[in-house]
Design a protein around this ligand. Structure first.
Ligand code: NAP
Length: 482
């Protein structure tokens, strides 16, 4: 029996463990489905993988790091993750290859029973940090299994497959594709990119820190100053995404179109790459290298009418009626983000079933807690996504609420805290009202931010400091203690 069971050992799980320690809660176990800890940045090792939020901000607030550049690459993020795990001695508290198969609230004991492939764990509290972008989506194209060559998702890169000189197909044109394409284009023989929808691309203000800058950044105040400056610069984007389409046009769409014009001289290619929806509706790509890569002689963009009809043993049949011969296929087709908030059954008080509760669409108070699911906290739950700034900021905000809940349970000498149904309803209503005016709802695109119901359930519709403020001011009247 543990005080807290943490599901997941990526940044969410690590941040939760550090926050618990700081609050004096040492008795926790971390469950990891993979044979290694670390989450996203240890799993996504595809060529070109890098963060697209400035690293001094994309790091835990209490754990600055000696970044070598503004947008860290995967190996540096891996090193940072490993450092956090070692520094806080988290390996000793983790159980690997412990994929969760179900979570059930035991009424009599007032504890959670977490069933995993490595046995059962009991905890008074559960923090789910399994990550919304961790379950790859591989579309079920007709004939998919018939393809003779290797095929794999960006999330599970096959480093044993040598792509040098080969004919490679990349399916998808989102953030992962935008990083893989420039990284492999120079080495492959032919690269065929299958784009269903063009994405907006803006320049990447990357910068390698000089030795002098790195020395200066080791000073806590300089580091905090830079972090704060980046935070406010990024936060201003919300004004365009939510409040001012004129600003979005001036600061977003026009510079993006200029970027396209500067980097793609071919009228035909430019037409294929020009989105017909508002910038921001889908995650904006931050890249200086994607367009030049797409313009290379060995790269062909299959777009518009030329979709994927089927996979065959030798490649991809396109619509209408073409065939592209390939040696390997890379799926840069994203993740089951909306359905993937939780992939295992969760049974709460009175037999409440979370999947059933979320049948219409996933929802949670502060994106963290659900009525009838006492002492269960969801990191990066519904409507906590943030496209314009660091997801770690949101996670740390949620954790200040989680820790406060755990402390309230201790202070009141009770077994459990649950959010009241009226409070959750009111919160969810306000979130979706605020969403109405955003580019994620009104921008004229189909994105992973939206659920089947049409609700935008991935994004927080406002400034991240608003979310921080809400998670900081605990409202006892919104909760029931038992
Ligand atoms: P994504 O943005 O969801 O892109 C998936 C791509 O696959 C899209 O182009 C999509 O086309 C295409 N696709 C999906 N199903 C398809 C089908 N049946 N037929 C043809 N095309 C299909 O996924 P992602 O690029 O992996 O990125 C996901 C998220 O992860 C990002 O939004 C970002 O939050 C995060 N990410 C971040 C970074 C970074 O910061 N460094 C890097 C990678 C990912 P449509 O657009 O038409 O749907």
């Amino acid at each position: 029996m543990h005080t807290v069971v943490i599901i997941g050992t990526g940044f969410g799980g690590i941040a939760a463990a550090i926050a618990l320690r700081e609050a004096g809660v040492d008795d926790f176990v971390m469950l990891e489905r993979r044979p290694f800890m670390g989450g996203t940045w240890l799993q996504n090792t595809y060529p070109g993988a890098a963060v697209d939020v400035q690293s001094p901000l994309y790091s835990l607030s209490s754990e600055p790091w000696d970044w070598t550049r503004m947008f860290a690459e995967q190996h540096e993020l891996e090193a940072y993750t490993e450092h956090l795990i070692s520094k806080h001695g988290l390996r000793e508290q983790a159980v690997l290859e412990a994929a969760v198969t179900g979570v059930r609230w035991l009424e009599g004991e007032q504890v959670w029973l977490v069933a995993t492939e490595a046995g059962e764990f009991r905890g008074r509290f559960v923090i789910n940090a399994s990550g919304p972008l961790s379950n790859p989506n591989i579309p079920d194209f007709p004939g998919r299994e018939s393809f003779d060559g290797p095929q794999f998702h960006t999330n599970a890169w096959r480093h044993d497959v040598d792509l040098k000189g080969k004919r490679v197909g990349v399916i998808g044109s989102g953030a992962s594709a935008a990083q893989v394409i420039p990284a492999i284009a120079p080495e492959v023989g032919e690269l065929h990119v299958f784009q269903r929808t063009p994405h907006w691309v803006v320049p990447r203000p990357d910068h390698v820190f000089s030795p002098m800058e790195r020395t200066a950044l080791r000073n806590r105040w300089v580091q905090r100053g830079l972090r704060t400056a980046i935070y406010w610069a990024l936060e201003s984007r919300v004004i365009g995404f939510k409040y001012s389409r004129a600003l979005l046009e001036r600061r977003g769409r026009r510079p993006a179109l200029q970027h396209l014009a500067d980097q793609v001289p071919s009228d035909d290619l430019r037409a294929k790459l020009t989105p017909d929806y508002q910038l921001g509706c889908k995650r904006v790509i931050v890249s200086n290298t994607l367009y030049p890569a797409l313009g290379r002689d060995n790269v062909t963009l299959h777009a518009g009418e030329e979709g994927i009809a089927a996979l065959t043993p030798t490649g991809i049949d396109t619509t209408p009626g073409g065939h592209v011969e390939l040696d390997a296929i890379v799926y840069a087709t994203g993740f089951h983000a909306v359905e993937g908030v939780l992939t295992f059954p969760v049974t709460g008080a009175g037999g409440a079933d979370l999947a059933e509760r979320w049948r219409a669409y996933p929802r949670a108070y502060l994106g963290t807690v659900v009525p009838d699911f006492p002492n269960l906290f969801l990191l990066l739950g519904p409507n906590t996504g943030i496209g314009h700034t660091s997801a770690l900021f949101i996670m740390e905000s949620q954790l200040q609420y989680v820790i406060r809940c755990i402390q309230e349970v201790g202070r009141r000498n009770v077994a459990a805290v649950t959010v009241r149904a009226e409070a959750e309803e009111d919160y969810t209503r306000r979130i979706h009202e605020a969403m109405e005016q955003t580019v994620w709802k009104q921008g004229g695109c189909k994105s992973w931010y939206q659920s089947e119901s049409g609700h935008v359930i991935a994004m927080f519709p406002g400034f991240s400091f608003t979310f921080w403020r809400w998670t900081r001011s605990f409202r006892p009247e919104h909760h029931a203690f038992s």
